[in-house]
Design a protein around this ligand. Structure first.
Ligand SMILES: *Cc1c(COP(=O)(O)O)cnc(C)c1O
Length: 374
């Protein structure tokens, strides 16, 4: 079976984790501090706070900015639902906005309209662009809109470690950027995540919220605020540090391999390619099937040929919880079409160009067959 993606774990990762396991220092320790310093250098962000998942990163970022009841936060409708879930969990209101067909990222026009049309009762406080699958969101106009309307920008860069936007790393443009190190992402610590910021006061609150609100002073330990336990373990950080040393090589391999896909998948009937944006980190490779092709059937056929494929991401508003709470999403939204017809194909840096060409040839045959049957 050609899998969608396989975590890239070598002997040096195993040895690094073993060393920490044998040291007995399993919770927050020196490896966490070092991983933060190294991520900070890699991203060019002054402050990095590593946490237990990408969702935890999003949750503490919003909490540290004081987002709560009475607030509304703009999120793209096409993403992993955690982006909107954290807004709900803080008692705030997610405001869904449609995405662009080729980049799968927030529509700037949609955001402009959502701001103009917003009539409360909550007040708009923040904008959360998602760099979907590593594709940089259109940050220049989004940052301008946010500045004009006094919105905090929190980047969901869960998929976008290494992506760049006009020479800066994705995740470093907003007041906070959130990363995930889940095994489905390009760099993994098992579970894990990080918040990056250049605001030292925000970083201080993030650190308190990560660790029960504990402050250590000359008089001992005190609890300065009500916090979570969102710490990353010391051995996860050790794993992340080894991964980070190899990461630029992986990123450039992904960028070479996506060209193989773009060429081999080029003119498959009923299948459109993702936009080839500069700075894309290609965490996931998702194309979109025409309505004439039944995705379930295409996935089944690929599976029968030994190729794993699946949907790329959700229309969050289409999910039962959000539909029940906020009514039905507009059927004409691009996010709904992407949710129904998006097709994520196997893609990671350990794949060979031959494997990618095999996937493309198989998809071509399946698409032609399926179109013929219809
Ligand atoms: C993976 C992902 C998350 C959640 O990250 P976890 O580490 O799994 O909690 C959030 N947002 C997006 C866009 C993601 O892709």
């Amino acid at each position: 079976m050609i899998r969608l993606s396989v975590p890239n774990i070598g002997d040096d990762e195993v040895m690094a984790v073993e060393r920490i396991l044998r040291s007995g220092q399993l919770v927050h320790g020196e490896e966490n501090e070092r991983f933060e310093t190294e991520l900070s250098a890699y991203l060019g962000a002054p402050e990095v706070v590593v946490v237990s998942s990408g969702t935890a990163a999003l949750h503490v970022a919003l909490a540290a900015l004081g987002i709560g009841p009475g607030d509304a936060v703009i999120v793209p409708d096409f993403t992993f639902p955690a982006t909107a879930n954290v807004v709900e969990l803080l008692g705030a209101r997610p405001v869904f906005v449609d995405v662009e067909p080729g980049t799968y990222c927030l529509s700037v026009e949609g955001v402009r309209r959502a701001i103009a049309d917003w009539s409360g009762p909550q007040s708009l406080k923040a904008l959360m662009p998602v760099h979907e699958f590593g594709a940089p969101a259109d940050m220049t106009p989004l940052m301008a809109l946010a500045a004009q309307h006094g919105l905090h920008v929190i980047e969901d860069a869960a998929c976008a470690l290494g992506a760049t936007i006009q020479g800066k790393r994705a995740g470093t443009l907003g007041v906070a950027g959130c990363f995930s190190f889940h095994p489905r992402k390009a760099l993994t610590t098992g579970e894990g995540g990080a918040v990056v910021t250049s605001d030292p006061d925000l970083a201080k609150r993030l650190r308190l919220l990560r660790n029960h609100g504990i402050e250590r002073g000359p008089m001992g330990t005190s609890f300065a605020m009500a916090g979570f336990n969102y710490r990353m373990t010391n051995f996860q950080a050790a794993l992340g540090r080894v991964q980070l040393r190899k990461f630029d090589g992986w990123l450039s391999a992904r960028r070479t391999l996506k060209d193989v896909y773009l060429e081999a998948l080029g003119d498959i009937p009923g299948f459109s390619l993702p936009a080839d944006l500069p700075g894309h980190s290609w965490q996931t490779f998702m194309g979109v099937l025409d309505a004439s092709l039944d995705r379930g059937r295409v996935i089944e056929r690929l599976k029968a040929a030994g190729i794993e494929a699946n949907l790329g991401a959700q229309s969050v508003w289409s999910q039962p919880y959000y539909r029940d709470r906020y009514g039905p999403v507009s059927e004409s939204w691009t996010s709904v079409r992407l949710f129904r017809q998006g097709l994520a194909l196997p893609f990671c840096e350990t794949m060979s160009p031959e494997q990618l060409r095999l996937v493309a040839a198989t998809l071509r045959a399946v698409a032609e067959d399926t179109l013929h049957e219809a």
